[in-house]
Design a protein around this ligand. Structure first.
Ligand SMILES: [Zn+2]
Length: 209
């Protein structure tokens, strides 16, 4: 197969018309792809081969070459932490940060030149308590987000969360045969693994929240 420039041209035009999101989701930008000669040559070759050797139509072949080189749409991963009460993915926490500051003639802090963000040179991991930015519930640790399918529906599994917040929020509980304890306030429910239940309630099955 002799490579013909018109295929390269069409591939470039195709990429220019594509949504930037396709590239962002793969950790790329449209511009870097267009300027990367090696990648463009691979796309060109696959595209031309699809059309000339396999007789595929052009629209299909353009997409096929893109997916061959960049892979299919990456699956959106589930968030690691999420508020079990309202589903929010954002929390207000605390963090130790170190920044360059102006110091006056007495050797004390004077000012931050031009905003904090530009002057941070080191920061530690955010720590709790974490407050959900939507419903305001407070957690000692960030609530991990897992779900479990039970006969009555899909529930968030609460683990590593101080379940006293559920008690405060007026939740009651009952057991599921599948090894989960469901706590519910009538409107929404979350599931605790049995291990967590034992941890928090010392295995007292008759405990009432
Ligand atoms: Zn919340």
């Amino acid at each position: 197969m002799i490579l013909s420039e018109e295929y390269l041209y069409e591939m470039k035009e195709h990429i220019k018309e594509m949504q930037e999101g396709y590239f962002t989701r793969r950790g790329l930008t449209k511009e870097t792809v267009l300027n990367d000669t090696g990648t463009m040559e691979r796309l060109w070759t696959i595209y031309q081969k699809d059309v000339e050797d396999y007789g595929c139509d052009r629209a299909f072949s353009l997409d096929d070459a893109m997916n061959e080189v960049f892979g299919p749409e990456p699956k959106r991963s589930e968030p690691k932490y999420r508020c079990p009460f309202c589903g929010s993915k954002r929390f207000i926490g605390h963090q130790l940060i170190r920044a360059d500051v102006y110091v006056d003639e007495n050797g004390t802090y004077d000012n931050l030149p031009g905003g904090l963000e530009a002057h941070i040179y080191d920061s530690e991991r955010p720590y709790g308590p974490f407050t959900c930015d939507k419903c305001g519930r407070e957690f000692d640790e960030l609530p991990e987000y897992n779900t479990v399918k039970l006969s009555r529906g899909t529930f968030t599994v609460v683990s590593g969360v101080d379940v006293r917040v559920f008690k405060k929020a007026g939740y009651g509980y009952h057991h599921e045969d599948s090894g989960y304890t469901v706590v519910s306030n009538g409107k929404s429910a979350v599931a605790l693994s049995n291990a967590d239940y034992d941890f928090y309630y010392g295995g007292q099955r008759s405990f009432t929240l």
